[in-house]
Ligand binder design. Structure first.
Ligand code: PGA
Length: 260
């Protein structure tokens, strides 16, 4: 795990975009795993800027989103289909047939989940999976207690998540209770993981994920099992990391390290 600490959210987002741009420069047909939520917005803004101003090309890119609320159609303003379209897809040149987002309105969730997993494999697997982290330590909608081997499936959301999300819905009873989500096992198969976190309210979850025991109670701790996991955080989100000085020391001295 490589922990990178940035003074601001903007800088963290720019560096995360650099990781994606470097990948696309070496592999223009890369498969990207996308995340929703407020955290990756700065990253998406920067990628859109690179597309518009620097010609970063997405025409051969394929994407898979982590999750979607059950019951919300693509036109619902709180659906992740809508979120992705508004904040990213409509601004770049990914062919619509290359975009995959779990369906929140399928008639057969079990069959859909199986198809989603198969489709990831058919497309060659995910090269970089972007991740946020919930205040309860979840990745995607893998709530505390989710198996670290779990696959794409239906999940009942934790109360904490429903409360965190309530601000986006007119009435608390409108917040969906179920989601369809990639599993922790699915996520761990991506070749590279890029977890982003900013703000004081993520500091505890980040510390648990990076330095705590690997446990299904903090599904983000499964990143410790991955050979190529990047954790990009701002100062606030890094504030409870015990080894913070060490990560910053590495970050500072990395350019001089032997390359081979
Ligand atoms: P946020 O959500 O980016 O809106 O904080 C992250 C998550 O719950 O995974």
């Amino acid at each position: 795990m490589e922990v990178m600490i940035y003074p601001t959210y903007e800088e963290m987002s720019r560096e995360a975009a650099r990781v994606i741009a470097d990948l696309l420069n070496t592999k223009p047909n890369a498969v990207l795993g996308m995340a929703t939520g407020s955290t990756p917005l700065g990253l998406y803004r920067e990628l859109v800027r690179m597309h518009k101003e620097e010609g970063l090309d997405f025409s051969r890119v394929t994407t898979f989103n982590l999750d979607e609320y059950v019951g919300l159609g693509p036109q619902h303003e709180q659906s992740y289909h809508w979120f992705m379209h508004e904040n990213f897809f409509k601004h770049v040149n990914i062919p619509p047939q290359h975009i995959h987002i779990p369906s929140g309105t399928t008639s057969n969730y079990h069959a859909f989940c199986e198809w989603y997993e198969k489709r990831i494999t058919e497309c060659g697997g995910i090269d970089v999976q972007i991740l946020g982290i919930g205040s309860d330590g979840h990745i995607a909608f893998n709530e505390p207690g989710s198996s670290l081997m779990s696959r794409t499936r239906l999940k009942t959301l934790a109360r904490q998540t429903i409360e965190d999300n309530a601000r986006f819905f007119a009435r608390p009873e409108d917040v969906p209770i179920y989601a369809i989500t990639m599993g922790v096992g699915t996520i761990l198969e991506a070749r590279r993981l890029l977890l982003l976190a900013n703000g004081k309210n993520k500091a505890r979850a980040v510390a648990q994920a990076v330095e705590g025991p690997v446990t299904s109670m903090i599904t983000a701790s499964a990143l410790q099992l991955h050979p190529d996991a990047l954790v990009f955080v701002d100062h606030d989100a890094a504030s409870q990391l015990q080894m913070r000085d060490y990560y910053m020391w590495i970050q500072q001295n990395k350019p001089g390290a032997p390359k081979t």
